[in-house]
Design a protein around this ligand. Structure first.
Ligand code: HEC
Length: 121
């Protein structure tokens, strides 16, 4: 009896994980179409047209998703982005972040540029 009670939440958690990761992906092709409005500032390559527009390319998708939800519900305030995020549905956010996340970042790492190699950089 005890065993059975334990199994139900475990199964539920497993299902949640399985579906959670699948829907977190979003649709890159749909996201590309929805991202047209964003490109004026974040650039057609997602790297931002100027330093005051953050690069979205290659960022973790869940980070971008979180940022957009925070703008949408007002947890993060920025006059431009609160307005841009307001009309986005949860699916729009998934798609558009899947798209920007899939683009190549222009940020470089310090790999090979730091003196005294051998410490993993
Ligand atoms: C008019 C210019 C403009 C447009 C258009 C625009 N953004 Fe932004 N975006 C900004 C600025 C400026 C910031 C930095 C705001 C801040 O400091 O919080 C930003 C920040 C963001 C961030 C947070 C980045 C980070 O590293 O925290 C995300 C995600 C984002 N924008 C996504 C979008 C998406 C998706 C669209 C299209 C639906 C869009 N933006 C349209 C100017 C713009």
């Amino acid at each position: 009896m005890q065993r059975r009670i334990l199994c139900v939440p475990l199964l539920a958690a497993g299902l949640l994980l399985a579906f959670g990761t699948a829907s977190a992906d979003g649709n890159i092709a749909a996201g590309q179409k929805k991202a047209v409005a964003c490109e004026a500032c974040h650039g057609t390559d997602g790297n931002g047209i100027a330093p005051n527009y953050p690069a979205l390319a290659g960022q973790y998708q869940d980070y971008l998703e979180q940022a957009l939800h925070d703008y949408k519900d007002g947890q993060r305030t920025n006059a431009i982005m609160n307005g841009m995020a307001a009309p986005l549905s949860d699916q729009d956010i998934k798609d558009v972040t899947a798209y920007f996340s899939s683009l190549k970042s222009k940020l470089s790492s310090l790999h090979g540029k730091v003196q005294g190699s051998g410490h993993g950089l």
